[in-house]
Design a protein. Structure first.
Length: 463
């Protein structure tokens, strides 16, 4: 591993950090790490910066300590190899998040095959990532228990990942479903090994809060066909019904206070303002906006619009108001430059760069901050609340229920009714707006001069 460039130019990196406002503690950590690398390079057989980080894993450390080391070593790699200085926006590429980089080659091949297979099938990128992360954690646990290949994974090891020794559930149904998805895809790669591990996964029920989870011994019994009738009887027990908390929309005054909270004088404030205005004006789902790329925005058209990719990859077009377009154009010019990358996310994370989207926790933190600033008329706020708010404001602007249902991306009108929380009378009034003027002028066919239904039904009158 050649460290000559780092040795000759590392003072430039430290000077850059001092001149750009990095704290003295952070700079000291960089200096200590550089001295450690240069001093110990001769006594270790490091081939890459990854090897330097893996050296720290040989001794137990806290998660925060290791995260800090990944950040520093990753930044040093970017500087040494590409001459890039830290900018607070681009995340290092030393490792992916999760346990993938710690896995044995065969385990990594399984996840690589799954990613490629599901990407070709059109599965959402966020879903692939979540299932891969859960499976990497699962395989790393198997690895810690001695498995170095899929053939060495045991049933006891699999069950211990989900159920503790005292019978308590450690991982829920969502983990099991994500891991199962990866191994089901792996059936086309190594069928016998993946099918064997699929058989080890416990049969967990989703949302069964009124029934105790099965112990490890009970899982073994239920897997035996001789006891299958017990499982079938248990499956007939109805799920516990939980009352869902109703989402309350915001008033127009509260929305205005929230949108006025971001400061137009700061770069982050201008970004947040553009995001909140787009979120409210389109009533899009949070993930739909977080997953939106520059190629989905068409702001130069005569009627500017955005292409939204919703649930099930369903596509809908939402036209944008002039105020929204103006904010988006200013935002794109500032954050994406004159020629935005079509494949870059519209709203990206400063840590991962334009090809890493903002996270839900980051948006929740943003909303809490601005809700606190607008506390007089706006208290605790979450992103989905803005969607409900816009849906309830549209009828006040004269929009009918069919139009609202389309804009929200609903297949069923009943779902839209829940968003609007309208009464039966209001529902009838909303549906009546679907009649045009000609329909209203047509007289009722069952009405005749004497007000009876005799003529309408075709019966003869008695003379």
């Amino acid at each position: 591993m050649d460290l000559q460039n780092l040795k000759e130019h590392h003072e430039e990196l430290l000077s850059f950090m001092e001149n750009n406002g990095y704290c003295s503690t952070y700079i000291r950590r960089f200096r200590d790490e550089i001295n450690h690398i240069l001093a110990d390079a001769g006594s270790h057989h490091w081939q890459s910066y990854q090897d330097i980080y893996l050296e720290y894993l040989k001794v137990p450390h806290s998660k925060d300590y290791l995260r800090n080391k990944r950040t520093i070593i990753g930044a040093l790699e970017q500087f040494d190899r590409f001459g890039r200085f830290p900018d607070g926006r681009h995340r290092h590429t030393l490792f992916e998040r999760g346990s993938y980089h710690l896995l044995e080659p065969e385990f990594q091949e399984l996840i690589d095959f799954y990613r490629l297979h599901e990407k070709q099938r059109g599965k959402k990128e966020s879903t692939i990532r979540g299932e891969s992360l859960n499976t990497a954690s699962f395989l790393y646990r198997m690895q810690e228990q001695g498995a170095r290949s899929l053939d060495e994974v045991t049933e006891d090891a699999v069950l211990s990942f989900f159920v503790s020794e005292d019978g308590l559930l450690q991982k829920g149904c969502s983990h099991k479903k994500n891991i199962s998805a990866v191994f089901k895809a792996g059936l086309k790669w190594k069928e016998s090994q993946c099918r064997r591990i699929l058989g080890f996964l416990p049969m967990l029920r989703e949302t069964r809060k009124n029934i105790q989870y099965l112990t490890q011994d009970e899982v073994r019994l239920l897997r035996d066909a001789a006891y299958m009738h017990f499982y079938l009887e248990a499956a007939q027990v109805p799920r516990r019904k939980c009352q869902k908390k109703k989402v309350e929309g915001l008033t127009r005054e509260a929305v205005k206070a929230l949108l006025d909270a971001p400061s137009p004088l700061s770069r982050t404030g201008r970004r947040d303002m553009a995001f909140l205005i787009l979120l409210y004006s389109t009533a899009a789902r949070l993930d739909e906006l977080l997953s939106m790329k520059n190629s989905q925005l068409h702001l130069s058209n005569e009627k500017p619009y955005a292409v939204i990719i919703g649930k099930g990859n369903k596509i809908r077009t939402l036209y944008l108001l002039p105020k929204t377009v103006a904010h988006l154009k200013r935002y794109l010019a500032e954050f994406h430059g004159e020629t935005p990358d079509p494949e870059a996310y519209v709203f990206y994370s400063r840590n991962t760069g334009s090809h890493g989207k903002l996270t839900r926790p980051a948006i929740s933190k943003m909303l809490r901050k601005y809700a606190k600033a607008a506390h007089e008329v706006c208290s605790d706020v979450h992103a989905h609340q803005l969607r409900h708010s816009k849906a309830s404001h549209w009828p006040e602007d004269g929009m009918n229920i069919i139009q609202i249902s389309f804009l929200l991306g609903h297949e069923q009108l009943q779902t839209t009714m829940v968003y609007l929380d309208i009464t039966a009378e209001e529902k009838a009034k909303a549906l009546s707006t679907l009649e045009d003027e000609n329909d209203r002028k047509v007289s009722a066919k069952w009405k005749n001069p004497d007000g009876s239904l005799v003529d309408f039904c075709g019966f003869r009158r008695k003379r």
